[in-house]
Design a protein. Structure first.
Length: 347
């Protein structure tokens, strides 16, 4: 019997040791999860906001022309559609806004995602949600000790001829030193958000056993205003909600351990574009088969810009001594060429 008990204990010790080293081993109690989250180098928290309506920037209105159904797209330069009183028009459905903060050592990511489900004309929910990333910031410390700063934003695009209206996401990027980064408002906002959430978690963990009672797998506490605070560990995440006396959710968050983010190809390409952006000097222009060809000097070397170059049309009114911002990209065979014209800085 003793020998068998020793074997069982040995197996249990091995399991406990493995659990301590595995990334996927998640504490089952919320206060233990909080303490582990506080110490983790890779972690995230997400603030969730639920709206019982949908705001839209494009309204598709059905009508008839020559006996056929066609659609008219009502838009207002990217602003939300408004009612007759100038207030944002609320459409039937639901909108979930998720604001996620991720920390990976010295690197940070902040992103906003909207999850939209608009009801149809019969009042039924859409079969699938529409997921729209609306913005993001990434602050990445590179090997040279500089910070790569990436920003994702939506730009309104409209084509009246094709009746296409909508928003497209674009990445931009720059590099800066630590001193410059510390003056960045968004960077400081992210640091402050992690500091505040960590303080709240530490304070809650200290009184958790005393204040919270377990019911059906969830831990609940109620305050003097009959607001209920609930924590639950589910699917390796710590879930938190605060509901009022009427049972309506007023606050919702989730926390995650060991979450890591990756830099998307679009963000990396934006950083490459930043590194390859230079100010050049307009030299001259020529007419070649009825098309204008422009010559721009960058660091004393002339480069040709023709109609195949992105931003070519910006040079239509270029003047002598104008400074031109361009992208100087290395081609497949190693040579440099101007692949994009960004703008003109008038002398």
């Amino acid at each position: 019997m003793k020998k068998r008990l020793s074997i069982i204990l040995a197996v249990l010790l091995v399991v406990v040791s493995l659990c301590a080293t595995l990334i996927g081993c998640t504490p089952s109690k919320p206060d233990a999860y909080m303490n582990k989250w506080k110490e983790s180098k890779n972690k995230s928290f997400t603030i969730v906001t639920e709206l019982d309506y949908v705001l839209k920037k494009v309204d598709k209105v059905e009508k008839e022309e020559n006996g056929k159904k066609v659609y008219e797209y009502v838009h207002n330069n990217g602003d939300v559609i408004r009612d007759e009183n100038g207030e944002p028009k609320k459409f039937a459905g639901r909108t979930t806004i998720e604001r996620t903060f991720i920390k990976n050592g010295d690197n940070y990511l902040y992103k906003v995602v909207q999850i939209i489900n608009e009801k149809d004309k019969d009042g039924k929910d859409a079969k699938t949600d529409e997921i729209i990333p609306t913005g993001a910031y990434i602050f990445e410390l590179n090997k040279e000790g500089l910070y790569n700063v990436y920003e994702y934003d939506l730009k309104w695009e409209a084509n009246d001829e094709k009746k296409i209206y909508g928003e497209q996401g674009y990445w931009t990027a720059i590099q800066m030193e630590k001193a410059g980064l510390e003056r960045e408002e968004m960077y400081n906002d992210i640091l402050e958000a992690f500091e505040e959430v960590t303080e709240e978690i530490v304070a809650t963990a200290e009184v958790f056993t005393e204040k919270f009672t377990k019911t059906k797998g969830k831990f609940n506490a109620t305050d003097e205003k009959s607001n209920t605070y609930t924590y639950q560990v589910k699917s390796s995440k710590l879930l938190y909600t605060m509901t009022d006396k009427d049972g309506k959710v007023q606050d919702s968050m989730r926390y995650e351990l060991n979450e890591k983010f990756t830099i998307s190809s679009g963000a990396k390409e934006a950083l490459n574009a930043y590194k390859e952006t230079f100010d050049g000097q307009f030299v001259r222009k020529e007419d070649v088969k009825g098309k204008k060809v422009y010559y721009i000097s960058v660091d004393g070397k002339e480069y040709k810009v023709n109609e195949k170059t992105i931003g070519y049309e910006l040079l239509e009114n270029v003047k002598e001594n104008d400074t031109i911002s361009v992208r100087l990209h290395k081609g497949f065979f190693g040579g440099l060429s101007i692949t994009e014209v960004y703008g003109i800085k008038v002398a």
